[in-house]
Design a protein around this ligand. Structure first.
Ligand code: IMP
Ligand code: MG
Length: 183
């Protein structure tokens, strides 16, 4: 695969834009939790960059958990089902849980996780935070409690988001022309 090069990407959100927005989100969260302890649950692999940057700006006692889900096969077309690769979590009863995702697209992953929390724990609160929100492609009725940016139906790459496993390490979020992705 891997037919696209970094030079094919157009920047959608620069490192500066992302980091500024993260600080704003953290400010909202710090106000909401008001010093109460939080369990941050990072959804691997996509949310790794966002989660690690976001938690640096959170000021309450905080513990981090990492779970791994996958819904994309290879390439840019969603398989339409959520695959729980590793979802071992500690006892989250009576805890404030903040789920951290990279992007809500169809909404299947977000719905799966919110249902999973509800079925398994009586949390004190469960909030869903996603860096990106692709509202236009939603097929289930779910909205993140916090999101960084509203995005169009483009396949986005960088800052945790991958194309065939590549480009997660970019500091910015970009996109490539559709014809390049479909080659
Ligand atoms: P959903 O279940 O359709 O909402 O998909 C959510 C997951 O699909 C995200 O956590 C991403 O890992 C992946 N995904 C959706 N859109 C994109 C994209 O534009 N670029 C990279 N990954 C994406
Ligand atoms: Mg993801």
């Amino acid at each position: 695969m891997m037919q696209i090069k970094e030079s094919d990407l157009k920047v959608l959100f620069s490192e500066k834009q992302i980091q500024n927005r993260i600080k704003e989100l953290a400010k909202e969260m710090n106000a909401f939790y008001n010093g109460e302890e939080v369990y941050a649950v990072c959804v691997l692999k996509g949310a790794v960059m966002f989660a690690t940057d976001l938690v640096k700006h959170l000021n309450m006692p905080l513990r981090m958990e990492f779970i791994r889900l996958s819904s994309y096969g290879s390439g840019t077309v969603s398989s339409g089902k959520v695959n729980a690769v590793d979802i071992k979590l500690p006892d989250l009863n009576n805890k404030n849980v903040l789920i951290i995702e990279d992007i809500v697209d169809k909404g299947l992953t977000a719905k799966f996780l919110m249902d999973f929390m509800e079925c398994n724990f009586k949390t004190k609160s469960t909030k869903f935070c996603s860096l990106l929100d692709k509202k236009c492609t939603r097929i289930v009725d779910i909205e993140p409690d916090y999101y960084g940016f509203d995005v169009d139906d483009k396949f986005l790459i960088g800052y945790g988001l991958d194309f065939d496993g590549y480009f997660r390490n970019l500091t910015y979020i970009g996109y490539a022309d559709k014809n390049l992705l479909e080659q």
